[in-house]
Design a protein around this ligand. Structure first.
Ligand SMILES: [Fe+2]
Ligand SMILES: [Fe+2]
Length: 154
């Protein structure tokens, strides 16, 4: 499960250039993920309907799943040594988001889940994905993946 990072604030994530991993397609996707997360936070802060919370969690899950498929392509092509731990982090957040999307919490109950998600997103981009793409760049993989193979498992 996601770490119980309940000390995370329920507030948007501010995207800053130092969050970039240096591969434009991945950085663009991370910025979009942050924007989707922020939409969810804004909806929770203004007390949006359960339907709206559900719809935002589904959008986040769908975008995140495609993004992680793409990252896992990089992991396999570049033989990333910490592949298992990275796959595990991806699986954990997908399971947690699937549960949230299937039974979206309302009002106060949604806060702790969104805070844990915030902690996961920040840690994963700043630590785990950075380590992955440092490895990809070191192994000569800074070039973008051709669109035809995006999301495909080798
Ligand atoms: Fe990742
Ligand atoms: Fe990522």
């Amino acid at each position: 499960m996601l770490a119980p990072a309940t000390d995370e604030p329920l507030e948007p994530i501010v995207w800053t250039p130092d969050m970039a991993v240096g591969i434009p397609e991945i950085d663009d996707e991370h910025a979009t993920l942050v924007a989707l997360y922020n939409d969810l936070v804004h909806a929770l802060q203004r007390g949006a309907s359960l339907f709206m919370n559900h719809s935002m969690m589904q959008s986040l899950l769908s975008y995140l799943s495609d993004h992680m498929d793409r990252e896992e392509g990089y992991i396999r092509r570049h033989a990333f040594p910490d592949a298992d731990a990275h796959f595990r982090e991806h699986r954990e957040v997908k399971v947690a988001l699937r549960v949230l999307a299937a039974h979206p919490p309302d009002g106060e109950a949604a806060g702790p889940a969104a805070r844990r998600l915030r902690g996961w997103v920040l840690h994963h981009i700043l630590v785990s994905d950075r380590a992955l793409f440092d490895h990809v760049r070191r192994s000569g993989g800074a070039l973008s993946v051709p669109p035809a193979s995006r999301g495909a498992h080798p």
